[in-house]
Design a binder for this molecule. Structure first.
Ligand SMILES: NC(=O)c1ccc[n+]([C@@H]2O[C@H](COP(=O)([O-])OP(=O)(O)OC[C@H]3O[C@@H](n4cnc5c(N)ncnc54)[C@H](O)[C@@H]3O)[C@@H](O)[C@H]2O)c1
Length: 435
């Protein structure tokens, strides 16, 4: 006897907003359209490629995908809207990003050229390396945020849908610390009205989305979900949020490998990670203040996996360094090198070198798709505020105030699988049948 997860009812339409129409956003949008036209597979997307059974480690052959089991929005029913500081449409932006091959661009150009970004809420002091002029005029941050709310309402009305999600995939902003305006929703509102510099454009998008009941995934390292004001607001308004900074290349491998060392009681004395990349994000990260935001999310991932408190002999003295170098010839084809100094029996030292020639946005796009489908679903299930079960997708996962973030990829997968199974049991009609 096997359990078959029946298809649950899917919503008619989902509007996906992206803040930023750069490499990640255009690769995601083009990829969804390519799958819809049957010219590619959604490789890397767990909702499309896994079943509930297989995400838990079973075989799951012949079982419906997670998307089908849960009744996630079908890809054919997704529409897109975006903001960017450049007025290029999605085709021009994708050409600039130079991630997809000529053949794909030619086949998708009619569709991509129809997606034109709305004017961005932009404050140049947060991303000093970019100068775009497709931006909203404003008196203060509150006006900007209200203009974003109007955009969201208008686009949802045009699309005739009440189902939407916002993916923050704009440029990496300068590293910000939390301050008084972040303490409560009221303080945040006051902060926007008095133009508090603690409030960045990313936070304005987040506030606007939450006020409109739209779930948010923060694909960037920018300050968002750790801000108490936004978390409380999301909770109060019944909006699920998740972040931050997609776990794609080097960090994905790091959080898979570190648990292996830990499982074998091998010691680690150093982990040096360096990268070259030449896309627009690399340019933004070339500002040391923006790099600091990325450095923070990339370095904290070993915490909790290689725990010096439980294993002082193995992990109390780790030198962990991360560098990102802007190198234009490489474009989006990022190359990462890791040197790991580890030690074994009687403390004998060893080294491991990893050279990952990845494609950043090709790794990021399927994660965006999964988040874009799962967050509105979570909202329909009545979930609100921070969603720690989505940690699997992030370098610096948001956790609940009383808990520590989980970085171990396999522990994250267990949390994800457990939640999906619970949803499947609650929302899909599960029937037993003899085969
Ligand atoms: N590429 C990846 O695989 C990857 C992985 C993890 C995280 N990220 C993060 O995702 C974000 C996007 O990455 P990307 O490679 O697409 O970068 P990108 O530079 O190609 O795209 C970002 C876009 O955001 C726009 N932008 C900047 N400020 C904006 C604002 N206030 N409002 C609207 N648009 C704005 C820029 O003009 C640009 O077109 C970055 O923060 C990056 O660190 C990317």
């Amino acid at each position: 006897m096997v359990l078959v997860h029946r298809v649950a009812t899917a919503p008619d339409k989902l509007l996906v907003f992206t803040c930023g129409l750069g490499s990640v956003a255009t690769t995601f949008i083009a990829g969804v359209e390519a799958v819809r036209r049957g010219i590619g597979l959604p490789i890397g997307s767990i909702t499309q490629m896994h079943s509930i059974c297989s995400i838990e480690g079973g075989i799951g052959q012949g079982e419906p995908s997670i998307a089908e089991s849960l009744g996630l929005c079908p890809l054919n029913s997704i529409e897109f809207a975006a903001w960017d500081i450049f007025s290029q449409n999605a085709l021009q932006a994708a050409q600039h990003a130079n991630v997809l091959c000529r053949d794909h661009m030619d086949k998708l150009s009619d569709f991509l050229s129809t997606i034109k970004p709305m004017q961005a809420a932009f404050l140049p002091e947060y991303v000093s390396k970019l100068a775009g002029n497709h931006t909203k005029p404003f008196q203060n941050r509150y006006e900007l945020a209200e203009a974003l709310r109007r955009d969201i309402r208008e686009r949802m009305a045009e699309a005739s849908t009440d189902q939407a999600v916002l993916i923050l995939c704009g440029s990496t902003e300068i590293h910000l610390k939390q301050c008084a305006c972040h303490r409560s929703p009221d303080a945040f509102l006051e902060g926007m009205k008095s133009d508090d510099p603690g409030i960045s454009p990313s936070q304005l998008y987040a506030w606007a989305a939450i006020m409109e009941g739209v779930p948010i995934a923060n694909a960037t390292p920018n300050l968002m979900g750790e801000v108490a004001a936004l978390c409380q607001l999301a909770h109060n308004r019944g909006v699920p949020i998740a972040g931050k900074d997609l776990k794609t290349g080097q960090t994905f491998i790091k959080t898979a490998l570190a648990p292996a060392f830990q499982a074998r009681s091998l010691g680690v004395s150093g982990w040096f990670s360096t990268n070259i990349l030449g896309n627009r994000d690399g340019l933004a990260l070339d500002d040391e203040r923006s790099f600091k935001a990325k450095e923070a999310t990339k370095t904290e991932v070993l915490n909790g996996i290689l725990d010096p408190k439980t294993h002082p002999d193995l992990y109390s003295n780790i030198t962990h360094k991360v560098r990102i170098n802007y190198y234009p010839p490489r474009g989006d084809a990022k190359e990462g090198w890791d040197n790991i100094d580890l030690f074994g029996w009687l403390g004998y030292p060893m080294q491991m070198k990893i050279n990952f020639l990845c494609r950043d946005s090709i790794l990021a796009a399927p994660l965006i798709l999964d988040l874009a489908l799962l967050l509105p679903f979570a909202k329909r299930q009545g979930d609100r505020g921070i969603q720690p079960w989505l940690s699997f997708f992030f370098k610096s996962p948001h956790s609940l105030p009383e808990a520590s973030p989980i970085h171990d990829l396999f522990a994250q997968k267990v949390m994800l699988a457990h939640q999906l199974k619970t949803y499947a049991a609650n929302s899909a009609r599960t029937v037993s049948q003899w085969t």
